[in-house]
Design a protein around this ligand. Structure first.
Ligand code: MF3
Ligand code: CO
Length: 248
């Protein structure tokens, strides 16, 4: 069952999305070679708490931190650590927060200093796939129109879409129905309605789409070692079209 949000619930979703967007801005202000992902985690956690918000990831199925920090070939769910980031790397930062009982969830992949042009193309294409997917989140479309659009953008640019993780409905819980794959045929699944709130999150690899989970049970890496990007926004389907909630 897909939970539709009322206007007052959407207002709370906007407040949650805003805190997440501000947390991403804070990350961008501090990102440079030499900083560690543990330092970023602490900054974000302190910021979220200062906003009378609650980090959504910490303690979720035992996850130990407030952000996911996924470097280079790490696809998602990297655990913050004390390794200094190096110029030329990429870092995917995923942040979630609850405000007034509602959740915002957003991820972005950032370059550390100057990066290889082909890696920059990975970031550009993944971001484009997210925004082109969001454009399909309009009343009357079907859910898989979003999925298909993301896959089309990614594969026409020679990259691959991760199959093992999907986007999701979001609201009072971080993960609600429906699941939103980043691949598939168009015209399938439920019709989109006003009041649906969705976390759309393409994960895109430079090589093959196969991934595996490391023995820590979280860190998810590409099997072939190719680098990977992750862009995610929480959006609402409205009569005026898709509204991005995790953007300032
Ligand atoms: N954006 C991710 C998701 O939607 C974040 C979950 S990380 C976890 O699943 F640690 F909370 F699991
Ligand atoms: Co998510």
């Amino acid at each position: 069952m897909i939970i539709l949000k009322s206007d007052s619930e959407l207002a709370a979703m906007r407040r949650a999305g805003r805190v997440v967007a501000q947390a991403h801005q804070l990350v961008q202000e501090h990102l440079r070679p030499g900083i560690t992902t543990e330092m970023l985690d602490r900054l974000v956690e302190e910021f979220i708490l200062s906003q009378n918000a609650v980090p959504a990831f910490k303690g979720y199925n035992g996850y130990p931190a407030s952000i996911c920090a996924s470097v280079n070939e790490v696809v998602v769910h990297g655990i913050p650590n004390d390794l200094p980031l190096e110029e030329g790397w990429i870092l995917s930062v995923d942040i979630g927060a609850f405000v007034d009982g509602f959740c915002g969830d957003s991820a972005w992949t950032y370059p550390i200093g100057k990066i290889d042009p082909e890696v920059q193309r990975l970031l550009d294409v993944t971001e484009e796939s997210l925004f082109k997917g969001i454009e399909k989140a309009v009343i009357g479309n079907r859910l898989s129109d979003i999925s298909h659009q993301i896959q089309t953008v990614v594969e026409s640019n020679g990259f691959s879409v991760v199959r093992d993780f999907v986007g999701h409905g979001i609201g009072r819980r971080m993960h609600e129905s429906p699941q939103i794959p980043n691949f598939g045929s168009p015209g399938r699944g439920p019709r989109l309605k006003a009041g649906m709130t969705l976390a759309i999150e393409p994960m895109v690899n430079m090589g093959s789409y196969h991934v595996r989970i490391l023995p820590d049970n979280w860190t998810t890496v590409t099997v072939d070692g190719s680098w990977s990007a992750h862009f995610e926004h929480t959006i609402a389907v409205t009569a005026d079209g898709p509204e991005i909630l995790t953007e300032l």
